[in-house]
Design a binder for this molecule. Sequence first.
Ligand code: GUN
Ligand code: ZN
Length: 429
Amino acid sequence: MTQEILLTGRVLSFTSTPFEAAPEAAARLDEALVIRDGRIAALGTASDLAAAHPQALRHDHGARVILAGFIDPHVHFPQTAMIASWGKRLIDWLNSYTFPEEMRFADPAYAARIAARYLDLTTAAGTTTMCSFCTIHPASVEAFFAEAQARGQRVVAGKTCMDRNAPERLRDTAQSAYDDSKALLEKWHAVDRISYAITPRFSPTSSPEQLEAMGALWAEHPDCLMQTHLSEQTDEIAWVKELFPQARDYLDTYEQFGLLGQNGLYGHAIHLEPRERDRLREVGAALVHCPTSNTFIGSGLFDMAGLMAEGQRIGLATDTGGGSSFSMLRTMAAAYEIGQLRHTPLHPAQLIWLATVGSAQALRMEDRIGNIAPGMEADLVLLDLASTPAIAQREAEAEDLWEAIFPTIMMGDDRAVAEVWIGGRRVKS
Ligand code: GUN
Ligand code: ZN
């Protein structure tokens, strides 16, 4: 048997969803956990676990909060080097900043360099799993998976497919998108902790023929996730109407080509029609809220309270680099602010749940990651709730755990992330 590890601290996990009853009641607090063979072996009091696991190597973390590692279900790792680009709305932002940067991924060495940089930055921020768009270049997918595999990380990604309304050097075809995606899927899907996601960028950059080819590939591999964008900005939606005059709405441009399903991930989903909401809920698809992106690109205010109340499956994501951060703490803060603007503030338990369990559910991986319980993979983040003088002085006034955590959610960054563990190995200390 491999060396067991005993971590003590304030271990926070979830036993139910904080959107259904009193948010606090969904959480469970323990003093300690045991890691064995890369998984959580036990959860309980420090004295019980120390007695039951006398050989375990013990790390005491005092008042640090131990959470499941953060999960970011919608990112573009190739946008790492152009994050925080000024002053454009979605379509101009794509043309001015995103597409020129994505062209650089024709160079496999550049793709490898950015994959490593992106995973360094997100590990520092406490994110242990993400679902990423790559570029149209298969080498960008190879680079991302190879780097994640070397680090033992659970990741999802796919080749971004575009065959129109993009620069010539960023266009594939319906056939090459199908062939390249299929080859990557067959090589990487379910290898170690890696999963492949079929990835049409969004309906404006795919011809009907390409959407149909992606739908056919998904029908052949229904266990794969399919990721795309949906109803992010009003002018984007108007453009989709022009491009697909027969479609009932934006979602229908996916639905009619077999690209609506329970393993579908739809990023943004801000300006939804009633029919779209009904269909998304009926099939159990996942919506991914990207709050720093929605404020940064000026897209709109996601209806978290309404969508949760009607029973949608929802994850929380950075959307790096349309999103202005690599940090899920900063992303929770932005989700809180959007909730406030809609007069439906989110409780800290709801914010943490969204960044862990909720995002794991969006990826259909809640049986493996996103929570701390026996049998779950040992991906963990240890938070220091007094990481800066400004946060520490506020935390010192707190009367309960939620009041103590909230300043770190609102004001924290990678300095609050004291340690990160991936697959039972410490990767940041
Ligand atoms: N819609 C299509 N592509 C993108 C992208 O790269 N970022 C965002 N935010 N929206 C998109
Ligand atoms: Zn995106």
